[in-house]
Design a protein around this ligand. Sequence first.
Ligand code: 5RP
Length: 265
Amino acid sequence: MDWGMKNRFNKIIRPKDGRTVMLAVDHGYFLGPTTGLERFADTVVPLLPYADTLMLTRGALRNYIPPESDVPIVLRVSGGTSILNKNLLHEGIITSVEEAIRLNAVGLAFSILVGAEFERDTILNFTKVIDEAERYGIPVIAVTAVGRDMVKDAKYLSLATRMAGELGARIVKTYFCENFERVVETSPVPVVIAGGKKIPEKDALEMTYNAIQAGAAGVDMGRNIFQSENPVAMIKAVRAVVHENYTAKEAYELFLAEKKGEGKN
Ligand code: 5RP
């Protein structure tokens, strides 16, 4: 890797432990005012000190995040369809690499819809963005397996993850599943998990713990943090699992203590 690529990559996956807590708040690009993000800045700004990276759209960045903030930005650059469209899984390029450079992004996130009707379009646009981003030393993160119709098992997720890595992604975001080791072991690049639909905090911390044990480099988590009854307590607990090797039980205790205002960190 060239210096610029290495430096940006290290701002996403922290070199001290090879792990990351990416905060995903890009949902508005196809879901509009998602629950928990209606008043975006009120929810997200207090979480910034605990996020290694913030993943969002250019519009959310410009309008809700103070430019004084030093959180590294991963820009969502694929989209083009809404939750109302039956062809939701047909995304194209929504933001140029030039714009990403102007916004000082350290990485780009692009969804590839492996197995969907328009898989080829999404993959060719993905590789086009990678070719351009690599020219400027910007890592591209593949977002895989979004979509209700996909069977998110280890067979499918390792297929999508391996494809993304071989096509040039520097990091792959996917979903946790049974036998997740297989997904990680067959990926040429680090793998992070999305949180998926909101589940109880205890379960989300268990999933995070299991993913880390299976070799994940961390999380790119959204709803299970910002829809939590206490988002700050939750991101601190997720961080403790990812960066401090807390067990799920210890992290849940931390969550409860933070929620009560008794936390130490
Ligand atoms: C979908 C995305 C999401 O915005 C992100 O994955 C959601 O994260 P979570 O499932 O943890 O809410 O990238 O394309």
